[in-house]
Write a new protein. Structure first.
Length: 274
């Protein structure tokens, strides 16, 4: 729990719920604490998303391209699914390295934020922080820092300029990544930020050979598995989907698939080529 909450608990013992305490008062005080921490998000340091074409952030820099349209379709499907089930946090993973999960995570988060959705993007790969490199963000704060210092997680977040998109980097820590992910503090933090955002997108390590993604899947609502056309070995794919609860499998995103859609998209939407 945050330092703010711990300080309040020392002077307001009713937060601990002693016998005879009014639960509505304790609940109101706790809500005030969480609301105050949420407001801190507005003071998060700003960063600029890479604006050059070719940065792989097609949702931001090439919105008329078919690839950007695919992310809008994916976002629409997520919103539709959210109406019929408890769905807010989505884990993006892959069977193996190189399938493109980080690019999918970033573009999906940008797409949702561009549509006015308050979105948190988490770099859940504590072994290799790919999102920080993609965003060209050099920041020592992040999950590792937050977990070590036990402060408010808002102190480790950044906000993309011009978008309701917040970014929680992986950060640095001497602790084992899987120990951080499966800690009670991480589970509590995920529940906390769920009250602040419409969507939480988590970019995790590949399912194989690490166990991190399987642990991440236990504290997120669903999983989107990314595979790359003609690259992801079938045996790894089959082995990967056995690593987590299939009931949470939201779908499979096929990356780099060669189809005739681009030709028809350009025919009906010629503006897509500038």
């Amino acid at each position: 729990m945050s330092r703010m909450f711990e300080a309040l608990r020392q002077v307001l013992p009713e937060l601990d719920g002693p016998a005879g305490a009014d639960p509505s008062t304790a609940g109101s005080l706790l809500s005030s604490v969480l609301s105050a921490e949420s407001e801190q998000l507005q003071d998060a340091p700003k960063f600029l998303l890479p604006g050059a074409s070719g940065s792989r952030l097609v949702a931001l820099n090439e919105p008329q391209e078919l690839a950007a349209e695919k992310f809008r379709v994916l976002a629409a499907k997520l919103k539709l699914a959210q109406k019929s089930r408890s769905l807010k946090s989505v884990l993006i993973s892959s069977a193996a390295s190189g399938d493109g999960k980080t690019v999918v995570s970033a573009n999906l988060a940008i797409t949702l934020a561009s549509q006015g959705e308050r979105t948190l993007l988490i770099d859940g790969d504590l072994h290799r922080a790919s999102l920080s490199r993609l965003f060209q963000v050099e920041n020592q704060n992040g999950i590792g820092t937050w977990h070590s210092e036990k402060g408010s997680v808002t102190n480790s977040m950044l906000q993309a300029s011009g978008l309701p998109l917040w970014f929680l980097p992986a950060g640095y820590s001497s602790e084992q990544p899987i120990s951080i992910i499966q800690s009670p503090a991480m589970s509590a933090m995920m529940k906390q930020v769920s009250a602040w955002f419409s969507w939480i997108i988590v970019d995790s390590p590949p399912l194989l050979p690490l166990g991190d993604a399987a642990v991440w899947s236990t504290i997120t609502d669903s999983t989107l598995l990314v595979i790359r056309h003609a690259l992801t070995p079938k045996r790894l794919f089959l082995k990967a989907i056995d690593q987590f609860d299939r009931a949470k499998l939201l779908g499979i995103a096929l990356n780099d698939a060669v189809t005739g859609e681009q030709k028809y998209y350009e025919k009906y939407y010629p503006h897509s080529r500038g």
